[in-house]
Design a protein around this ligand. Structure first.
Ligand SMILES: [Fe+2]
Length: 369
Protein backbone atom coordinates (compact mmCIF):
# COMPACT_ATOMS: atom_id res chain seq x y z
CA UNK A 1 0.00 0.00 0.00
CA UNK A 2 1.34 3.43 -0.94
CA UNK A 3 0.09 6.01 1.51
CA UNK A 4 0.89 9.68 1.78
CA UNK A 5 -1.88 11.32 3.75
CA UNK A 6 -1.63 14.76 5.31
CA UNK A 7 -4.54 16.85 6.52
CA UNK A 8 -3.66 18.84 9.62
CA UNK A 9 -6.96 20.71 10.14
CA UNK A 10 -8.93 19.82 13.24
CA UNK A 11 -12.55 19.07 12.32
CA UNK A 12 -15.38 19.51 14.79
CA UNK A 13 -18.90 18.87 13.59
CA UNK A 14 -22.52 19.02 14.64
CA UNK A 15 -25.28 21.56 15.05
CA UNK A 16 -23.78 22.98 18.24
CA UNK A 17 -20.11 22.87 17.27
CA UNK A 18 -19.61 26.66 17.14
CA UNK A 19 -21.71 27.33 20.23
CA UNK A 20 -19.80 24.80 22.29
CA UNK A 21 -16.44 25.52 20.69
CA UNK A 22 -15.62 28.63 22.74
CA UNK A 23 -12.47 27.17 24.24
CA UNK A 24 -11.15 26.29 20.82
CA UNK A 25 -11.64 29.90 19.63
CA UNK A 26 -10.05 31.21 22.83
CA UNK A 27 -7.02 28.96 22.45
CA UNK A 28 -6.01 30.99 19.36
CA UNK A 29 -5.96 34.36 21.14
CA UNK A 30 -8.05 37.33 22.18
CA UNK A 31 -8.32 39.35 18.92
CA UNK A 32 -9.47 38.20 15.53
CA UNK A 33 -10.49 39.37 12.08
CA UNK A 34 -13.62 37.82 10.58
CA UNK A 35 -13.46 37.46 6.79
CA UNK A 36 -16.80 37.10 4.99
CA UNK A 37 -18.56 37.87 1.76
CA UNK A 38 -21.31 39.65 3.64
CA UNK A 39 -24.59 37.98 2.79
CA UNK A 40 -24.46 34.24 3.41
CA UNK A 41 -22.58 34.64 6.70
CA UNK A 42 -25.51 36.65 8.07
CA UNK A 43 -28.46 34.82 6.49
CA UNK A 44 -27.13 31.39 7.45
CA UNK A 45 -26.88 32.29 11.12
CA UNK A 46 -23.17 31.42 11.14
CA UNK A 47 -22.00 34.98 11.82
CA UNK A 48 -24.46 35.34 14.67
CA UNK A 49 -23.29 32.07 16.23
CA UNK A 50 -19.65 33.14 15.94
CA UNK A 51 -20.25 36.60 17.40
CA UNK A 52 -22.08 35.07 20.39
CA UNK A 53 -19.22 32.75 21.17
CA UNK A 54 -16.60 35.50 20.74
CA UNK A 55 -18.46 37.77 23.14
CA UNK A 56 -18.90 34.91 25.62
CA UNK A 57 -15.14 34.29 25.54
CA UNK A 58 -14.18 37.97 25.56
CA UNK A 59 -12.50 37.86 22.15
CA UNK A 60 -12.49 41.20 20.31
CA UNK A 61 -13.08 41.24 16.57
CA UNK A 62 -13.46 43.30 13.40
CA UNK A 63 -15.38 42.17 10.36
CA UNK A 64 -13.91 42.42 6.86
CA UNK A 65 -16.80 41.73 4.49
CA UNK A 66 -15.29 42.93 1.21
CA UNK A 67 -14.76 39.46 -0.26
CA UNK A 68 -16.53 39.06 -3.62
CA UNK A 69 -17.09 35.83 -5.53
CA UNK A 70 -13.77 34.62 -7.01
CA UNK A 71 -11.85 36.79 -4.54
CA UNK A 72 -9.08 39.02 -5.85
CA UNK A 73 -5.57 38.99 -4.45
CA UNK A 74 -5.92 42.74 -3.78
CA UNK A 75 -8.99 42.24 -1.56
CA UNK A 76 -7.04 39.64 0.43
CA UNK A 77 -3.98 41.87 0.77
CA UNK A 78 -6.21 44.66 2.12
CA UNK A 79 -7.74 42.14 4.53
CA UNK A 80 -4.23 41.28 5.69
CA UNK A 81 -3.54 44.98 6.39
CA UNK A 82 -6.76 45.18 8.43
CA UNK A 83 -5.71 42.16 10.46
CA UNK A 84 -2.32 43.78 11.21
CA UNK A 85 -3.92 47.14 12.10
CA UNK A 86 -6.06 45.31 14.60
CA UNK A 87 -3.20 43.14 15.87
CA UNK A 88 -5.35 40.10 15.18
CA UNK A 89 -4.13 36.81 16.65
CA UNK A 90 -6.15 34.74 14.21
CA UNK A 91 -8.53 34.85 11.23
CA UNK A 92 -12.05 33.44 11.05
CA UNK A 93 -13.45 32.73 7.58
CA UNK A 94 -17.23 32.40 7.24
CA UNK A 95 -19.11 31.64 4.03
CA UNK A 96 -18.80 29.69 0.81
CA UNK A 97 -15.62 28.84 -1.06
CA UNK A 98 -14.72 32.45 -1.82
CA UNK A 99 -14.57 33.77 1.79
CA UNK A 100 -12.95 30.54 3.02
CA UNK A 101 -10.22 30.67 0.38
CA UNK A 102 -9.82 34.41 0.95
CA UNK A 103 -9.45 33.90 4.73
CA UNK A 104 -6.42 31.68 4.05
CA UNK A 105 -4.82 34.35 1.85
CA UNK A 106 -5.67 37.13 4.33
CA UNK A 107 -3.87 35.09 7.02
CA UNK A 108 -0.77 34.89 4.79
CA UNK A 109 -0.77 38.61 3.93
CA UNK A 110 -1.34 39.46 7.60
CA UNK A 111 1.78 37.57 8.66
CA UNK A 112 3.98 38.86 5.81
CA UNK A 113 3.96 42.65 5.93
CA UNK A 114 6.37 42.96 3.03
CA UNK A 115 4.26 40.88 0.62
CA UNK A 116 3.09 42.59 -2.55
CA UNK A 117 0.19 41.03 -4.49
CA UNK A 118 2.40 38.86 -6.69
CA UNK A 119 4.37 37.43 -3.76
CA UNK A 120 1.49 35.19 -2.72
CA UNK A 121 2.04 33.15 -5.87
CA UNK A 122 5.76 32.67 -5.19
CA UNK A 123 5.61 29.36 -3.45
CA UNK A 124 9.30 28.52 -3.16
CA UNK A 125 9.42 29.41 0.54
CA UNK A 126 6.43 28.35 2.65
CA UNK A 127 4.93 31.58 3.90
CA UNK A 128 4.05 32.31 7.49
CA UNK A 129 0.36 32.64 8.20
CA UNK A 130 -1.90 33.53 11.10
CA UNK A 131 -4.04 30.64 12.37
CA UNK A 132 -7.26 30.21 10.38
CA UNK A 133 -10.62 28.94 11.67
CA UNK A 134 -13.26 28.21 9.01
CA UNK A 135 -17.03 27.93 9.08
CA UNK A 136 -18.57 26.88 5.76
CA UNK A 137 -22.07 27.87 4.65
CA UNK A 138 -22.19 25.95 1.36
CA UNK A 139 -21.75 22.31 0.30
CA UNK A 140 -19.16 22.36 -2.41
CA UNK A 141 -15.76 23.91 -1.92
CA UNK A 142 -14.11 21.46 0.46
CA UNK A 143 -11.80 24.37 1.38
CA UNK A 144 -12.28 23.40 5.03
CA UNK A 145 -10.12 20.32 4.48
CA UNK A 146 -7.81 21.21 1.59
CA UNK A 147 -4.47 22.97 1.58
CA UNK A 148 -5.58 25.07 -1.37
CA UNK A 149 -6.85 28.60 -1.94
CA UNK A 150 -8.10 29.77 -5.34
CA UNK A 151 -7.66 33.48 -5.94
CA UNK A 152 -8.22 35.78 -8.90
CA UNK A 153 -4.97 37.47 -9.88
CA UNK A 154 -6.47 40.87 -10.63
CA UNK A 155 -3.37 41.96 -12.57
CA UNK A 156 -4.39 39.55 -15.36
CA UNK A 157 -7.97 38.57 -14.39
CA UNK A 158 -7.07 34.89 -14.09
CA UNK A 159 -8.04 32.41 -11.40
CA UNK A 160 -4.92 30.78 -9.99
CA UNK A 161 -4.61 28.48 -7.02
CA UNK A 162 -2.00 28.46 -4.30
CA UNK A 163 -1.38 25.42 -2.15
CA UNK A 164 0.81 24.26 0.68
CA UNK A 165 1.20 23.87 4.39
CA UNK A 166 0.22 27.51 4.96
CA UNK A 167 -3.12 27.05 3.13
CA UNK A 168 -4.71 24.67 5.63
CA UNK A 169 -7.21 25.78 8.22
CA UNK A 170 -6.25 25.12 11.83
CA UNK A 171 -9.84 24.26 12.70
CA UNK A 172 -13.00 23.81 10.63
CA UNK A 173 -16.38 23.92 12.35
CA UNK A 174 -18.78 21.76 10.34
CA UNK A 175 -22.45 22.54 10.89
CA UNK A 176 -24.74 21.55 8.01
CA UNK A 177 -27.52 23.78 9.43
CA UNK A 178 -25.55 26.79 8.17
CA UNK A 179 -26.30 25.56 4.62
CA UNK A 180 -30.09 25.43 5.12
CA UNK A 181 -30.70 28.89 3.68
CA UNK A 182 -28.77 28.32 0.44
CA UNK A 183 -31.07 29.04 -2.52
CA UNK A 184 -31.64 26.39 -5.20
CA UNK A 185 -29.18 27.84 -7.74
CA UNK A 186 -26.35 27.95 -5.18
CA UNK A 187 -27.26 24.49 -3.86
CA UNK A 188 -26.97 23.13 -7.41
CA UNK A 189 -23.82 25.00 -8.33
CA UNK A 190 -21.92 24.12 -5.15
CA UNK A 191 -23.21 20.53 -5.25
CA UNK A 192 -21.89 20.22 -8.81
CA UNK A 193 -18.50 21.52 -7.63
CA UNK A 194 -18.38 18.81 -4.95
CA UNK A 195 -19.44 16.19 -7.53
CA UNK A 196 -16.71 17.36 -9.88
CA UNK A 197 -14.07 17.17 -7.13
CA UNK A 198 -15.13 13.60 -6.39
CA UNK A 199 -15.30 12.40 -9.98
CA UNK A 200 -12.05 14.12 -11.02
CA UNK A 201 -10.37 12.52 -8.00
CA UNK A 202 -11.92 9.14 -8.80
CA UNK A 203 -10.11 9.01 -12.15
CA UNK A 204 -6.89 10.63 -10.95
CA UNK A 205 -3.65 8.67 -11.30
CA UNK A 206 -2.98 9.83 -7.72
CA UNK A 207 -6.03 8.07 -6.29
CA UNK A 208 -4.94 5.99 -3.31
CA UNK A 209 -7.04 3.56 -1.26
CA UNK A 210 -7.74 6.26 1.27
CA UNK A 211 -8.80 8.73 -1.45
CA UNK A 212 -11.06 6.04 -2.89
CA UNK A 213 -12.67 5.55 0.53
CA UNK A 214 -13.43 9.26 0.86
CA UNK A 215 -14.59 9.34 -2.76
CA UNK A 216 -16.94 6.41 -2.18
CA UNK A 217 -18.48 8.15 0.83
CA UNK A 218 -18.88 11.36 -1.16
CA UNK A 219 -20.25 9.91 -4.40
CA UNK A 220 -23.51 8.43 -3.17
CA UNK A 221 -24.35 11.30 -0.81
CA UNK A 222 -23.79 14.04 -3.35
CA UNK A 223 -25.17 12.36 -6.46
CA UNK A 224 -28.24 11.06 -4.62
CA UNK A 225 -29.19 14.60 -3.61
CA UNK A 226 -28.42 16.06 -7.04
CA UNK A 227 -30.61 13.39 -8.62
CA UNK A 228 -33.54 14.39 -6.39
CA UNK A 229 -33.03 18.08 -7.12
CA UNK A 230 -33.03 17.32 -10.85
CA UNK A 231 -36.15 15.15 -10.63
CA UNK A 232 -38.25 17.28 -8.29
CA UNK A 233 -36.75 20.74 -8.82
CA UNK A 234 -36.88 21.56 -5.15
CA UNK A 235 -34.51 22.12 -2.26
CA UNK A 236 -33.29 19.17 -0.19
CA UNK A 237 -34.81 18.56 3.25
CA UNK A 238 -32.71 18.56 6.41
CA UNK A 239 -31.44 15.03 5.84
CA UNK A 240 -30.58 15.95 2.27
CA UNK A 241 -28.70 19.04 3.41
CA UNK A 242 -26.68 16.87 5.80
CA UNK A 243 -25.85 14.44 3.01
CA UNK A 244 -24.74 17.20 0.63
CA UNK A 245 -22.71 19.00 3.28
CA UNK A 246 -20.81 16.02 4.66
CA UNK A 247 -20.53 14.67 1.10
CA UNK A 248 -18.71 17.88 0.16
CA UNK A 249 -16.33 17.40 3.11
CA UNK A 250 -15.56 13.80 2.10
CA UNK A 251 -15.12 15.05 -1.43
CA UNK A 252 -12.66 17.72 -0.20
CA UNK A 253 -10.73 15.06 1.70
CA UNK A 254 -10.45 13.04 -1.49
CA UNK A 255 -9.49 16.12 -3.55
CA UNK A 256 -6.80 17.00 -1.03
CA UNK A 257 -5.08 13.72 -1.91
CA UNK A 258 -5.75 13.49 -5.63
CA UNK A 259 -5.86 17.11 -6.80
CA UNK A 260 -8.14 18.25 -9.66
CA UNK A 261 -8.10 17.41 -13.36
CA UNK A 262 -8.34 19.40 -16.59
CA UNK A 263 -12.02 20.10 -15.83
CA UNK A 264 -11.09 22.56 -13.08
CA UNK A 265 -8.37 24.23 -15.15
CA UNK A 266 -10.68 24.77 -18.14
CA UNK A 267 -13.58 25.60 -15.85
CA UNK A 268 -11.72 28.68 -14.61
CA UNK A 269 -11.95 30.13 -18.13
CA UNK A 270 -15.72 29.74 -18.23
CA UNK A 271 -15.98 31.61 -14.93
CA UNK A 272 -13.57 34.39 -15.90
CA UNK A 273 -14.85 35.08 -19.41
CA UNK A 274 -18.46 33.87 -19.39
CA UNK A 275 -19.46 34.50 -15.76
CA UNK A 276 -20.47 30.87 -15.22
CA UNK A 277 -20.48 29.80 -11.57
CA UNK A 278 -17.52 27.63 -10.57
CA UNK A 279 -19.37 24.33 -10.04
CA UNK A 280 -21.28 24.50 -13.34
CA UNK A 281 -18.12 25.60 -15.13
CA UNK A 282 -16.38 22.41 -13.98
CA UNK A 283 -19.22 19.98 -14.70
CA UNK A 284 -19.63 21.51 -18.18
CA UNK A 285 -16.65 19.23 -18.96
CA UNK A 286 -18.09 16.16 -17.23
CA UNK A 287 -19.26 14.49 -20.50
CA UNK A 288 -15.74 14.91 -21.90
CA UNK A 289 -14.17 13.63 -18.67
CA UNK A 290 -16.44 10.57 -18.64
CA UNK A 291 -15.62 9.87 -22.30
CA UNK A 292 -11.89 9.96 -21.46
CA UNK A 293 -12.47 7.75 -18.42
CA UNK A 294 -14.28 5.22 -20.66
CA UNK A 295 -11.24 5.15 -22.96
CA UNK A 296 -8.46 5.08 -20.37
CA UNK A 297 -9.83 3.67 -17.11
CA UNK A 298 -13.03 1.82 -17.91
CA UNK A 299 -12.80 -0.27 -14.73
CA UNK A 300 -12.96 2.81 -12.56
CA UNK A 301 -15.88 4.20 -14.57
CA UNK A 302 -17.82 0.95 -14.17
CA UNK A 303 -16.95 0.89 -10.47
CA UNK A 304 -18.28 4.45 -10.01
CA UNK A 305 -21.52 3.84 -11.94
CA UNK A 306 -22.01 0.65 -9.94
CA UNK A 307 -21.69 2.56 -6.63
CA UNK A 308 -24.16 5.15 -7.91
CA UNK A 309 -26.53 2.43 -9.17
CA UNK A 310 -26.86 4.10 -12.55
CA UNK A 311 -25.56 3.94 -16.10
CA UNK A 312 -23.49 6.42 -18.07
CA UNK A 313 -26.40 7.94 -19.99
CA UNK A 314 -28.56 8.49 -16.91
CA UNK A 315 -25.61 9.91 -14.97
CA UNK A 316 -24.82 12.38 -17.73
CA UNK A 317 -28.47 13.32 -18.23
CA UNK A 318 -28.63 14.53 -14.62
CA UNK A 319 -25.26 16.31 -14.68
CA UNK A 320 -26.01 18.00 -18.02
CA UNK A 321 -29.53 18.91 -16.93
CA UNK A 322 -28.29 20.64 -13.80
CA UNK A 323 -25.26 22.22 -15.46
CA UNK A 324 -27.35 23.53 -18.33
CA UNK A 325 -24.63 25.18 -20.40
CA UNK A 326 -24.21 25.41 -24.14
CA UNK A 327 -21.44 27.64 -25.40
CA UNK A 328 -20.20 28.31 -28.88
CA UNK A 329 -16.59 29.34 -28.56
CA UNK A 330 -15.13 30.32 -31.94
CA UNK A 331 -12.12 28.50 -33.38
CA UNK A 332 -10.00 31.67 -32.97
CA UNK A 333 -10.99 32.04 -29.32
CA UNK A 334 -10.16 28.38 -28.72
CA UNK A 335 -6.69 28.89 -30.21
CA UNK A 336 -6.15 31.89 -27.94
CA UNK A 337 -7.05 29.80 -24.88
CA UNK A 338 -4.67 27.06 -25.99
CA UNK A 339 -1.74 29.49 -25.71
CA UNK A 340 -2.43 29.73 -22.00
CA UNK A 341 -1.35 26.20 -21.12
CA UNK A 342 1.28 23.65 -21.99
CA UNK A 343 1.21 19.87 -21.76
CA UNK A 344 3.01 19.97 -18.40
CA UNK A 345 0.03 21.56 -16.60
CA UNK A 346 -0.31 19.56 -13.37
CA UNK A 347 -4.08 19.16 -13.72
CA UNK A 348 -3.67 17.92 -17.31
CA UNK A 349 -1.21 15.25 -16.15
CA UNK A 350 -3.74 14.38 -13.44
CA UNK A 351 -6.47 13.50 -15.99
CA UNK A 352 -7.37 10.04 -17.33
CA UNK A 353 -4.97 9.15 -20.11
CA UNK A 354 -3.16 12.46 -19.62
CA UNK A 355 -4.40 15.55 -21.39
CA UNK A 356 -2.70 17.78 -23.95
CA UNK A 357 -3.31 21.17 -25.49
CA UNK A 358 -4.84 19.33 -28.49
CA UNK A 359 -7.36 17.84 -26.09
CA UNK A 360 -8.18 21.37 -24.84
CA UNK A 361 -9.45 22.14 -28.36
CA UNK A 362 -11.73 19.11 -28.33
CA UNK A 363 -12.97 19.79 -24.79
CA UNK A 364 -13.83 23.44 -25.49
CA UNK A 365 -15.47 22.43 -28.77
CA UNK A 366 -17.53 19.82 -26.95
CA UNK A 367 -19.36 22.61 -25.08
CA UNK A 368 -21.38 23.39 -28.21
CA UNK A 369 -22.48 19.77 -28.73
FE1 LIG B 1 -13.85 23.32 -7.26
Amino acid sequence: MNMDFYMPARLVSGELCVKTGGNIFKSYGSKCLIVTGGRSAKISGALHAVLSVLSEKDISYSIYSEIAENPTVTSCRIGGEKAREQNADFIIGIGGGSPLDAAKAVAIFAANKEFRNEDIYKRSIPAKALPVLLIGTTSGTGSEVTGVSVLTDDAVNMKKSISGEDCYANVAFLNPRFTDTMPLTVTISTGLDALSHTVEGWFSPKRSDIAKSFGTLALGQIFGQLTDIYKYDKLPNKKGRDALFYGSIYSGLSLNITGASFAHTLGYVLTEDFGISHGRACTAFMPFLIKRAGEFCKNRLDEMLNILGTDEDSFLEIVKGLTNIRLNISAEEIEKYCERWDNKNKNFINSPGGFTVSDVRLALKSLSE
